[in-house]
Design a protein around this ligand. Sequence first.
Ligand SMILES: Nc1ncnc2c1ncn2[C@@H]1O[C@H](COP(=O)(O)OS(=O)(=O)O)[C@@H](OP(=O)(O)O)[C@H]1O
Ligand SMILES: Nc1ncnc2c1ncn2[C@@H]1O[C@H](COP(=O)(O)OP(=O)(O)O)[C@@H](O)[C@H]1O
Length: 221
Amino acid sequence: MSTGEAKVFWHEHAVTREEREKLNGHKGCVLWFTGLSGSGKSTLANLVDHRLYSLGYHSFVLDGDNIRHGLNASPAMLRERHGEEFAKRFGLGFSPQDREENIRRIGAVAKLFCEAGIIAITAFISPYRIDRDRVRATMKPGDFIEIFVDAPLEVCEARDPKGLYKKARAGEIKGFTGIDDPYEPPLNPEIHLDAARHSPEELADIVLDYLKTHGIIPASK
Ligand SMILES: Nc1ncnc2c1ncn2[C@@H]1O[C@H](COP(=O)(O)OS(=O)(=O)O)[C@@H](OP(=O)(O)O)[C@H]1O
Ligand SMILES: Nc1ncnc2c1ncn2[C@@H]1O[C@H](COP(=O)(O)OP(=O)(O)O)[C@@H](O)[C@H]1O
């Protein structure tokens, strides 16, 4: 058997994206929340998801913390389950390369959701601009909606719900975003949220309004 690169072919779907969107009563898209740890990504992602669900729409949250338990599991988790060699090959931590692969994989998954006519809601720090832009470049114009959850480091650090900033300041966690690893804010996000001055409910309203005014969900409900 050849060990060379296999040729892979693309199969058209029997049911088109447009047909699925018609059935769902709204368009598919990716709501890409990005921001520092503690900025409010997960809170907001889940609130928007719940609002959409209550309106009868189809959405799903892909959250960094959860995805890093499965698809993008850490080396430690994989070591326990499958041994050292497997963990080294497939486990993802927080090095720049691992974050890049984390975002690449989740971008591909989010795109599949979008093509299934679903509103994919991702909540990853996604600190590097190039990684977010690469995901954007894989998608059709309008499908990738970058949402900057903008809360200053001081605010996030004061919230510190998991105590991670404290550990990072103490040097117990290395390469923590905002402390000793960079966060590159979006230059031109579709939505820029002031997450330090507004409640999650107010911020969710802004996201829902965007979806209505851009024809992703009906304006009428
Ligand atoms: N070194 C370091 N830097 C930043 N964050 C860290 C780190 N180590 C662990 N954590 C925890 O992992 C969550 C971020 O995971 P993500 O997959 O969103 O990160 S990334 O997009 O790949 O940068 C992040 O969760 P959120 O607070 O929900 O953002 C942290 O709880
Ligand atoms: N807009 C907001 N205003 C005040 N507190 C918030 C807001 N959004 C989230 N929080 C709180 O901040 C903390 C971090 O929120 P979380 O959604 O976990 O952030 P992230 O997913 O970005 O790490 C939580 O305790 C949450 O209740």
